[in-house]
Design a protein around this ligand. Sequence first.
Ligand SMILES: Cc1cc2nc3c(=O)[nH]c(=O)nc-3n(C[C@H](O)[C@H](O)[C@H](O)COP(=O)(O)O)c2cc1C
Length: 189
Amino acid sequence: MNVIGISGTPRKDGNSEILLRYALKPFENNGWNVKIFLLSKLTINPCKACDLCRENGICIITDDMHGIYDAFRWCNAIIISSPVYSRNVSSQLLSILDRHYAVNIERPLEGKVGGAIAVGRGTCGGQVITINAIYTWMLSCGIICVPGELNGVTAVADKPSDILNQENRLKQAEILGLNILNVAKQIHS
Ligand SMILES: Cc1cc2nc3c(=O)[nH]c(=O)nc-3n(C[C@H](O)[C@H](O)[C@H](O)COP(=O)(O)O)c2cc1C
């Protein structure tokens, strides 16, 4: 079984990336194949709306998105994390969500299982909006959204790695991963 994690922060050691790594731990412990995509390292350009993908199902932009298209097909589960930017997902992550448009006819994520993580500086800084933006995208791709302890994982943190001081949030991220893993297992049993 295969899981992918997409980290939407452009920062090294971003808090949202750290939570994503905690959410992926249960998969590693259960022998799943785990692939993580760090938007701090990849180049994903925005969709140009050329619509050539509507003719041949292939995006003509040559960048790292093609590895993510393959991962969409390969995975059984997907977890996405984002920093809160302007009360929404990061623009780096939004490019990925938009670029799914090119494979929407193929529906590579249909029936798969997913979860979301959002970290912002402010209390009520837009974490819930960010989680819901990810959920809305997941639902439109046919992904079954799985909650963590309460909902998706939201957290308040600012400087890189600050989240490591919040044991409770790290635990909640692991619970999110475990819940996704259990639903995926049930679907495939
Ligand atoms: C361009 C930009 C916009 C931001 N907008 C918000 C915001 O609307 N609400 C908020 O709570 N924090 C906002 N922040 C703060 C980040 O969400 C916060 O630093 C968070 O820890 C970043 O996640 P990361 O550590 O995974 O990179 C913003 C930061 C930047 C750089």
